[in-house]
Design a protein around this ligand. Structure first.
Ligand code: 3AM
Length: 189
């Protein structure tokens, strides 16, 4: 199964961002972008790719340990950014060192479970809002998100998410994301 580790924003953060994103819909070209749905919003920590069933027990145990070793921390959604002309995202602020540490620990947990993880790219915390197949100028969207400031929340969980890619039937179909594991951060976990 195709898996990734993530932090899931709480309902309030999703609702606040939803308001900001709706306003971007009136920008020229907005209909051409493939928007992600609020129900699937997440902050990827580590992308694991196709994972064999046989490593799942060890992976779960190691992710649980990674979560326990990381104390809860505060985050908030704040402004936006882009990966070239391909992806538009909401940015995060607050406990970025802790988020990065949790990402490194999730990556290490996967690697030690025998999953061949890609070499480290620079970790850019982001919540993907829209993608484009062809490069487009996303600067107006990033500017539109500039003033957005979400309420802070306490990150208390690490989630393992299963991604099911669309079967290719209808255009614009989105992948389905289902949490298959959740572990509390800190000693309480
Ligand atoms: O939704 P975001 O941007 O956090 O882009 C994919 C998505 O990231 C990313 O994993 C998340 C869940 O699918 N992803 C997909 N394939 C990837 C790959 N080969 C990848 N990240 C790194 N390497």
């Amino acid at each position: 199964m195709r898996l990734f580790a993530a932090v899931l924003p709480p309902e309030q953060a999703v609702n606040e961002l939803g308001h900001a994103v709706r306003e971007l819909g009136s920008l020229p070209g907005a209909d051409e972008l493939r928007w992600t749905g609020p129900e699937s919003w997440h902050l990827t920590l580590a992308f694991l790719g196709e994972v064999d069933e046989s490593v799942l027990d060890e992976l779960h145990a190691r992710l649980g340990r990674a979560a326990r070793r990381t104390d809860p921390f505060a985050l908030r959604l704040h402004g936006g950014g882009r990966f070239d002309g391909r992806a538009l995202w909401a940015s995060v602020a607050g406990g970025l060192d802790e988020l990065r540490l949790l990402a490194e620990r999730a990556d290490a947990a996967a690697r030690r479970s025998g999953i061949p993880m890609e070499q480290h790219r620079r970790y850019v915390p982001h919540l993907t809002l829209a993608r484009s197949r062809t490069p487009v100028d996303l600067r107006p969207y990033v500017a539109g998100l500039g003033p957005f400031e979400g309420s802070p929340w306490q990150v208390t969980e690490l989630a393992l998410i299963r991604s099911t890619l669309p079967g290719g039937g209808s255009p614009g179909e989105r992948p389905r994301y289902d949490p298959v594991g959740r572990w509390a951060l800190g000693a309480a976990g």
